[in-house]
Design a protein around this ligand. Structure first.
Ligand code: GRF
Length: 197
């Protein structure tokens, strides 16, 4: 069974979905660590309530990225982690850290990559006038919001949508897509999950 760490910075709703599916036995993985770079991130309490060990490594406590990532690496090794899921983790990881974990490091991004990398993806989608939008789970490589696509979920964009409407519609699909991709990976498959609504 894969030992899974989930890295968060905020509310942790994707993390909760991954933890629930593992704890209910629908994913052949075990949530061994939820790590946040933000002290008091709401997701930490949610993880504790589900009995998952948590750690906080505040990036501001370290003089540079290498120091911060060294501290994260120590915590991950101590928890004997096999696989890392980034889920709303708002720090860019260095090529050196990514190289250590390549093939075992996933991220969820709220757009249909390669469209709309970076921040404010729902605003970018509305401004571009696209008819469909969605989210992507991908393997992490040194380039930002890049790497092999392991799954995508598509939602419609409605004419009256605000950024918040679109974000909520996409997040609902994120909660289905991320567990589906992690389940496949934990079975030993190299997934290409497509969720079409
Ligand atoms: C999600 O939209 C995720 O795609 C993005 O950050 C958000 C995190 O939400 N990277 P949550 O913390 O999982 O609720």
């Amino acid at each position: 069974m894969k030992r899974v760490a989930i890295l968060i910075s905020g509310s942790g709703s994707n993390m909760v979905r991954l933890v629930e599916e593992m704890q209910d036995g629908r994913i052949d993985g075990r949530p061994v660590l939820v790590l946040s770079n933000v002290e008091g991130a709401p997701g930490l309490r949610k993880a504790e309530a589900r009995g998952v060990p948590t750690a906080t490594v505040p990036h501001a406590d370290y003089p540079d990225r290498a120091g911060f990532e060294g501290a994260i690496q120590t915590v991950l090794e101590r928890a004997e982690v096999d696989l890392i899921c980034l889920a709303g983790f708002m720090r860019i990881l260095s090529p050196e850290f990514v190289a250590k974990w390549e093939g075992r490091l996933l991220n969820i991004h709220p757009s249909l990559l390669p469209l709309f990398k970076g921040l404010h993806t729902h605003r970018q989608a509305l401004e571009a006038g696209v008819a469909v939008h969605g989210c992507t789970v991908h393997g992490v490589t040194a380039a930002l919001d890049d790497g092999p696509i392991l799954g995508q979920a598509v939602v419609p964009v409605k004419p009256e949508d605000t950024e918040a409407d679109l974000a909520a519609r996409v997040l609902k699909q994120e909660h289905k897509l991320y567990p589906a991709v992690l389940a496949a990976l934990c079975r030993g498959d190299m997934p290409k999950v497509a969720l079409l609504t």
